[in-house]
Design a protein around this ligand. Structure first.
Ligand SMILES: [Zn+2]
Length: 687
């Protein structure tokens, strides 16, 4: 199950590694890491000057104490909580994997899914036999006319060859669920990987072609045939990349929303039988759908016309193998997939332990069955109650803060407030659990389980088309260490697993919890009002509720952030992409400010002097230190490059320094002077 929707409209809190990148093995079980406390003095570098580099001051010793493990592309505060959660899941899954007649239906499913994934002997013995029915379908293609039927079937099992098809809430009528066709068909992370010049990119493309060659060989092709096919596949994907939108443009809802008739799609790409494709893809009959980016489908038509059938078949074999999670493949293919996706693309030296991969895979396939057991064991009602209180405090802070904004007109403020009050708060886990009863999980068939789980989820999504929206639905599993805002639902969501230390620590003072989880809550809330979220109204519809003058002022304010972050260098000569990260940066800045205001209000209620030192730091300093420590950690250069080029989140160091340098309140709390790096004369402020 993808963590984000196909269109990626969910705004998450943390960098989400895509499923293909989580393709990793090894064997030893290591001990669960301890969770960091809300405020950890050990990770600080007190020799650094907080006014010069606050990230270094808050987290300078973190990477000495917690170096990046060999099975990770990077490691930090969030990863530590994720590792801890993986250990919890491992214990849980291990005990249900033992079998036994007393297991509940959900326990049977998660236990057997995990057990099948762990059974590498069975996976290796089967070899490519599991794949054969799909390979036969490709080989059986007699002409390009038969392609739509096969591609429809492939969509159901997660192979997005040539394009993507799915379901979404209608941007302009959030009550409706509609079909959507989107660009797709690439094997590299996004379009610019095919087109960018520069030594690092050229080298990666060569490695990619070699990787395709190796995979095709492992599937039985001769050396010369595999090499020839790989070149042709690269050409085909490059042609698709040329007509695709880049990651930055995909954040603009108006660029990815074009409600159209089915006839129009047929006019854009007449060489492809769309009705046949939709029927084979399991879609209910539709007459209209969202064509995200029309130029892509014109380009797709040209690619289909100009490519011969044998090349298309080679491309399909590649896309098929590329889409299957490595853990379900025989060892040689799994290793080769890791070598490219893990080692070359992310700089990760070693595959992850098998049990980690299988815990993750089980959560990805059966997230709410795993989550039900996880929540009962790990999520006390006190954590839920404390989070609800925090969310209400922060929503109240935003309500009050709107009054103080000098750049927004009273008219737009009324609409902003309307939207704020309509936001649904979802904490921990769904009220109604997903029903997996029709999904078959076999204890001896890892590959089949992976395919069936993917198809189960695809059909669940497609079944929504034409039905009323379920506002209780979640886009992340409870065991996920992350959070998100969904503009179409207008809801903020905090899975149970992020509500543990250091993000929420019941033993930490309020100052620390407001700095950590308060910042997360403020971040998601602010997403409703960032450059993307602000275009959706209280009901979740893409509709402009701003006066022209206010919209112009908003853009001027955000331009300041685009420039500020665009100046930050991540690795080598790679800068942060200020436009790609604008929404996340706005959410980081607005979020911490809201948490700060809520904290001050709370301290006032409790008559706490926020400037009175306790154990060496004032509560205000502790608030900012907790925020800094939300982002401790480091990453390998390859992974930093990947993040800067594909991910809307800024690199961790700048999620700390970029924010505090925009808050004069920070400089005051640490006695900085105007003109020092963390207290510049011209700070940016949107919210
Ligand atoms: Zn976010």
């Amino acid at each position: 199950m993808p963590v984000v929707t196909r269109l990626g409209v969910l705004s998450a809190f943390i960098f989400v590694v895509s499923a293909t990148l989580l393709a990793q093995t090894s064997s030893t079980t290591d001990n669960a890491p301890a969770l960091m406390p809300g405020f950890d003095r050990q990770v600080m570098d007190t020799t650094a000057d907080p006014c010069v580099d606050f990230f270094q001051y808050s987290c300078g010793n973190f990477s000495k104490l917690h170096p990046i493990p060999n099975d990770r592309p990077g490691f930090g505060t969030g990863t530590m909580v994720a590792e801890y959660t993986e250990h919890v899941l491992h214990e849980m899954l291990d005990s249900t994997a033992g079998g036994g007649a007393d297991r509940s239906p959900n326990e049977q499913k998660i236990g057997d899914y995990y057990a099948a994934c762990m059974d590498t002997d069975a996976i290796n013995q089967r070899g490519l036999k599991s794949l054969q029915p799909e390979l036969d379908r490709i080989a059986a293609l007699k002409s390009k006319n038969e392609l739509p039927g096969l591609l429809g079937h492939f969509q159901l099992i997660g192979v997005n060859a040539f394009l993507s098809f799915g379901e979404q809430q209608d941007f302009k009528d959030a009550r409706k669920q509609i079909a959507v066709v989107d660009q797709g068909g690439l094997g590299l992370p996004e379009r610019d990987y095919y087109l960018r010049t520069g030594t690092a990119d050229v080298k990666l493309r060569e490695q990619y072609v070699q990787h395709i060659t190796n995979m095709l060989k492992l599937m039985g092709a001769s050396e010369s045939q595999a090499a020839k096919d790989a070149q042709a596949i690269m050409q085909l994907e490059t042609a698709l990349a040329r007509v695709s939108l880049d990651v930055t443009s995909q954040r603009d809802p108006n660029k990815i929303y074009h409600m159209s008739s089915l006839d129009e799609l047929s006019k854009l790409a007449p060489s492809f039988d769309w009705s046949r494709f939709l029927a084979a893809g399991g879609a209910p009959p539709v007459t209209e759908l969202n064509i995200t980016h029309k130029e892509f489908f014109q380009g797709l038509n040209a690619v289909l016309d100009s490519t011969d059938l044998p090349t298309i078949q080679a491309y399909l074999r590649w896309q098929l193998i590329h889409s299957i999670p490595g853990w379900a493949l025989p060892k040689a293919l799994d290793d080769e997939a890791f070598d490219f996706n893990g080692r070359k693309l992310s700089g990760q030296p070693e595959q992850r332990a098998r049990w980690k991969r299988c815990s993750e895979a089980t959560d990805a396939a059966l997230g709410e069955a795993v989550g039900q057991v996880y929540v009962a064991r790990e999520f006390p009602t006190s954590s839920k109650a404390a989070t609800i209180q925090m969310v209400h405090d922060i929503e109240a802070a935003m309500d009050q803060d709107l009054d103080t904004l000098d750049w927004m007109s009273p008219e737009t403020k009324v609409r902003a407030r309307e939207k704020l009050h309509a936001i649904a708060d979802k904490i921990g886990y769904p009220e109604r659990w997903r029903d997996y009863s029709t999904l078959t999980v076999a204890r001896d068939d890892a590959f089949g389980n992976a395919l069936r789980a993917t198809e189960f989820e695809a059909r669940r999504q497609l079944a929504k088309i034409g039905k009323p929206v379920d506002r209780g639905e979640w886009g992340m599993s409870p065991a996920t260490v992350n959070a998100y805002y969904n503009p179409s639902m207008n809801d903020i969501n905090f899975p149970a697993a992020i509500l543990q230390p250091p993000f929420y620590d019941k033993n930490a003072p309020d100052s620390v919890n407001y700095g950590h989880i308060g910042g997360v809550v403020g971040h998601e809330l602010t997403h409703g009002f960032d450059d993307e979220g602000r275009q959706f109204d209280a009901s979740g519809n893409l509709s402009d509720w701003w006066t022209a003058e206010d919209a112009k002022k908003f853009e001027q304010k955000t331009d300041c952030e685009v420039k500020e972050y665009g100046n930050f260098v991540v690795v080598d000569n790679v800068h942060i992409n200020g436009k790609l990260t604008l929404g996340e940066n706005t959410a980081d800045n607005g979020g911490l400010r809201l948490a700060y205001l809520a904290f001050l209000a709370d301290a006032k209620r409790k008559s706490i002097d926020v400037n009175q030192k306790q154990d060496g730091f004032t509560p205000l300093q502790q608030f900012f230190l907790a925020h800094g420590q939300s982002w401790c950690g480091s990453a390998r250069p390859e992974s930093m490059r990947l993040q800067a080029q594909t991910d809307p989140h800024s690199f961790r160091k700048y999620r700390v320094n970029g924010v505090v340098q925009n808050m004069p309140e920070f400089g005051q709390a640490f006695g900085c002077k105007v003109g020092q790096p963390m207290m510049p004369e011209n700070a940016c402020r949107v919210w």
